[in-house]
Write a protein that binds this ligand. Structure first.
Ligand code: ADP
Length: 159
């Protein structure tokens, strides 16, 4: 079975890594797919985000990292993926994720969305919060993996 975990991952947080690890118990292969979205003001390029994700998943042979643009269901179908994985932090996520799940089902009813609730210690973590805290010199060591810590710090200080 193949599942896709799509997102911006700008940058990838410990919350994302937790969802990746937990999704691996549900699927044989997990494709982490970075959205190429030119309208979003990104801190890291898609290539940089892919290399962060590859670094953090190098010991997970069942994880592949890729990027996509256009409709997620088309990308999923092209890769024979049956499931879309998304993470849920709070009720505020739920409304958006639920709408996306119903939209994707409308577009392709063969592909099912699985919403995985966050682990409690990652509840407050988002890429946006990481960027804001790092920009103002705050400690982000509880939010991002040590392997990308310096990179995130350096880039946010320049921004
Ligand atoms: P997007 O811009 O598509 O929301 P993100 O990179 O922000 O992409 O998030 C990708 C997915 O990971 C989303 O489903 C989001 O809800 C989930 N996610 C983000 N942060 C966390 C976290 N701390 N715990 C669990 N899930 C999370």
């Amino acid at each position: 079975m193949i599942a896709i975990y799509p997102g911006s991952f700008d940058p990838v947080t410990l919350g994302h890594v937790d969802i990746i690890k937990r999704a691996l118990s549900l699927t044989d292969v997990l494709i982490v797919a970075v959205l190429k979205n030119s309208s979003k003001n990104a801190l890291f390029t898609v290539e940089e985000r892919i290399s962060h994700l590859e670094l953090l998943t190098k010991d997970m042979p069942n994880v592949k990292v890729d990027s996509f643009s256009g409709l997620l269901v088309d990308f999923a179908q092209k890769h024979n993926a049956k499931f879309i994985i998304r993470g849920l932090r709070a009720l505020t996520d739920f409304e958006f994720e639920f709408q996306m799940a119903l939209t994707n089902r409308e577009l392709n009813s063969d592909i099912e969305t699985i919403l995985i609730p966050t682990s409690l210690q990652y509840l407050y973590i988002s890429s946006r919060v990481v960027k804001e805290v790092a920009h103002f010199g705050g400690d982000i060591s509880t939010m991002v993996h040590p392997a990308i810590y310096d990179d995130v710090k350096k880039k946010t200080e320049q921004s």
